[in-house]
Design a protein around this ligand. Structure first.
Ligand code: HEM
Length: 493
């Protein structure tokens, strides 16, 4: 499929400006339609990025009417009902909602046929060499973060501030896309590639009205990325010869593994280069700006809470120690197997301790506070409970992770920042069969981003507007943090 025809104009065109510039053939009514559409777009994007007002709304719903039907929209206030909806794959579907926002073609998230979803998900999982891939992702994220921080210590030293979005998170995800997903940096330009990833993730989260400048920019980004991915697949395909399906090879990118799988004589019929293009483009949409937005949101919420920041700094110190001990034992040929295993357990526990603090901070501003589902037929939910209701076919159901993570039945004293909540209780990555495929990527990369940023001495949100997250639609645009001189001991507890 080619998007060339819709790809007019440059992705790098400036922000906002003439967002509602009408299409060439549009008149007064078309212009108004776009303006109204843009109001809805910005409102939705604002709510997704500032979810605090949703919390009292869900509390009210939980008390008064846990399953609220307003026309064809259904709102769920109770965590248990949200989990039920997310868990019932065939009764609450996603393709209807997401396909228009993913115009490069069917991708895991838009497939509602259970058997095919399972087959494609299994194929995707089989492309991952989990242990090796996680170590590789850790290496990529840590090295890019270190470079960014070293840069901050030199170039930014006079001002002692850094933009977390453009200075750290975006270079990291572009490197992950390049070295792990297999999408080379477009035009050898990191900020340009980051902009493409923003546009494509932005439209997948909230679709701007057709005809708006923002819509054209997103379409242009999709077209450019599609060309880029198609060319990469073709040049990779030219280098290899067919071989039977094999376990994921650690040294290769996901794209390279998929291209090989698509050439295996024993491959499934549906696995071809078009499938690889759709899936790698899908990875760019789901795996780039999502990590940037989640890391930025979580860091902001952490830095606003002095106690939470102290806990995170202590967790970083524990993790550094555990890592040093583990590496020392790994290098020691005389170390016994039991000591090695114990040090690995301690290392994983230290990682989980920091990860829990990141998840807890993210709970107050989740990457996706609301998830949507569609009902293809009449369905009964909360069966057997006093609140059971039938949802009519053709309804849109808002199943909000925020409703789960602020339901006191699931999270005790949900308004408090707590460091002891079990990791498994969070639903940042969804629930049920659609639980995020890229969780291992996000978990690994975000941990390294936090470790590195928290090494900035005296890290704090900048004064004024810079210290608030600025969003471009639903995508994080910038967040400025300040730090003390590098020779100071401000972060040492
Ligand atoms: C912090 C970052 C991320 C968050 C918070 C996140 C969150 C989510 C959520 C909530 C879902 C379920 C959507 C639903 O049920 O409607 C999901 C699904 C998915 N995510 Fe992520 N995600 C993140 C990063 C990633 C990354 C890095 C990748 C790719 C490497 C990725 C790939 C996917 C895919 C392919 C699915 C669809 C799974 C399926 O339908 O079986 N995500 N993600």
């Amino acid at each position: 499929m080619s998007f060339d025809k819709v790809a007019e104009g440059s992705v790098a065109a400036g922000k906002f400006g003439s967002e509602a510039r009408p299409p060439a053939a549009g008149g007064f009514r078309a212009r108004w339609r776009i303006w109204f559409g843009l109001i809805g777009y910005h409102l939705t994007a604002w709510v997704l990025s500032h979810p605090a007002p949703l919390r009292p709304l869900f509390t009210l719903l939980r008390r008064l009417r846990p399953i609220t039907v307003a026309g064809t929209t259904v709102l769920l206030g109770k965590g248990a009902d949200v989990r039920e909806v997310l868990d019932r794959f065939e009764d609450f579907t996603l393709g209807e909602v997401l396909s228009p926002r993913m115009p490069w073609g069917p991708f895991l998230l838009t497939i509602d046929w259970r058997d095919q979803h399972d087959r494609e998900r299994a194929l995707f999982e089989s492309m991952v060499a989990r242990g090796d891939d996680i170590a590789r992702l850790r290496g990529i994220a840590a090295s890019v973060c270190e470079t960014a921080i070293a840069e901050a210590s030199r170039a930014y030293d006079g001002r002692r501030q850094i933009d977390v979005v453009r200075g750290v998170c975006e270079p990291v995800v572009v490197a992950v896309a390049d070295r792990y997903f297999g999408i080379p940096v477009v035009r050898a330009d990191v900020p340009y590639t980051a902009q493409l990833l923003r546009e494509i993730a932005g439209i997948a989260m909230v679709s701007p009205p057709e005809g708006s400048e923002r819509y054209r920019r997103a379409k242009a980004a999709i077209a450019e990325l599609t060309r880029h991915v198609t060319d990469t697949i073709a040049s990779e395909a030219a280098r290899i010869s067919p071989a039977p399906m094999a376990p994921a090879q650690p040294g290769l990118s996901l794209l390279e593994r998929l291209v090989r799988a698509a050439r295996a004589p024993d491959k499934p019929l549906w696995l071809d280069d078009d499938f690889v293009r759709r899936y790698v483009t899908g990875l760019a949409a789901t795996g780039g700006a999502t990590i940037v937005r989640a890391s930025t949101n979580a860091l902001y919420e952490l830095l606003r809470r002095p106690r939470a920041l102290r806990l995170a700094l202590a967790a970083c110190a524990t993790l550094d120690r555990a890592e040093r001990e583990f590496e020392t034992l790994e290098r020691d040929p005389d170390a016994n197997a039991y000591a090695r295993r114990q040090s690995l357990v301690a290392l994983e526990a230290a990682r989980d301790e920091l990860r829990q603090l990141i998840y807890e901070a993210l709970r107050f501003r989740p990457m996706l506070p609301l998830l949507l589902r569609y009902t293809p037929r009449d369905v009964l939910i909360a069966k057997g409970s006093p609140r059971q209701r039938t949802i009519k076919a053709g309804s849109s159901v808002i199943a909000a992770p925020t409703a789960v993570m602020f339901d006191p039945a699931e999270f005790e004293s949900p308004g408090e920042f707590r460091s002891q909540r079990p990791l498994a209780s969070y639903v940042h990555f969804g629930f049920g069969l659609r639980t995020c495929f890229g969780k291992y990527v996000a978990d690994t990369v975000m941990l390294e981003i936090f470790r590195c940023l928290l090494k900035l001495p005296g890290i704090a949100l900048s004064e004024g507007w810079g210290g608030m997250i600025n969003y471009d639609g639903p995508v994080a645009d910038n967040l400025i943090v300040t730090f003390a001189p590098f020779n100071s001991n401000t972060n040492v507890e």
